[in-house]
Design a protein around this ligand. Structure first.
Ligand code: ADP
Length: 192
């Protein structure tokens, strides 16, 4: 978890490599769908460019399909999902159906202050030319994050699955903090 620009993609990739697990980033899956012009891509394009969220039913269907593939059998890193409480509830049910209950879930919350996020996103927009990294869209994505996605943090905190990690600093240092947070959670689970 973390607002746009928090470093979820970067840290998710490091974690996936370290754990030997696949990473599913819904933003990447959607951008692929847009590029290929699939029915999902056609529906998602304008929504993404406006900085809004793609409807929950479409996202839940996308994740359901992706998680049912063979490479997801031994675990996975999710980046960009769930982004609403309804998505989190659907994921919880999906994981319970496949025998991966809460005991197998860890949620990392990357914390980064807003001015730093805005700087990073403007920087990325110069480098990557993502159509949703325009200044007005960046502000809208942050607004949507606060209203729709921040409540998901409470959802996981209540369930005792959340670890907060300071997302400011250099990439390797943050990766080490994430490792430490995951180890702490594992040993707490082992003790329980
Ligand atoms: P960010 O860097 O803002 O976290 P992502 O690459 O994760 O960006 O997502 C880009 C866009 O894709 C979002 O602004 C949103 O429109 C759409 N999107 C990605 N994941 C979801 C999701 N779980 N639910 C709804 N929309 C999503």
């Amino acid at each position: 978890m973390g607002p746009p620009g928090a470093g979820k993609g970067t840290q998710g990739a490091i974690l996936a490599r370290r754990l030997g697990l696949p990473k599913f980033a819904t933003g990447d899956l959607l951008r692929d769908a847009v590029k290929q012009g699939t029915p999902l891509g056609l529906k998602a394009k304008a929504v993404m460019e406006a900085g809004e969220l793609v409807p929950d039913d479409l996202m839940i269907q996308l994740i359901r399909e992706r998680l049912s593939e063979a490479d997801a059998r031994h675990g996975f890193i999710l980046d960009g999902f769930p982004r609403t409480v309804d998505q989190a509830k659907a994921l919880e049910q999906l994981l319970a159906e496949t025998g991966n209950g809460p005991g197998f879930t860890s949620v990392i919350n990357l914390e980064v202050l807003e001015p730093v996020l805005v700087d990073r996103l403007h920087g990325r927009s110069n480098e990557e030319h993502r159509t949703d990294d325009r200044p007005d869209t960046i502000l809208e994505r942050l607004r949507v994050y606060h209203s729709k996605t921040e409540p998901v943090i409470g959802f996981y905190r209540e369930r005792g699955l959340l670890a907060d990690v300071d997302g400011i600093g250099d990439v390797d240092e943050i990766a080490r903090k994430i490792d430490r947070a995951l180890r702490l959670r594992q040993s707490a689970q082992g003790a329980a």
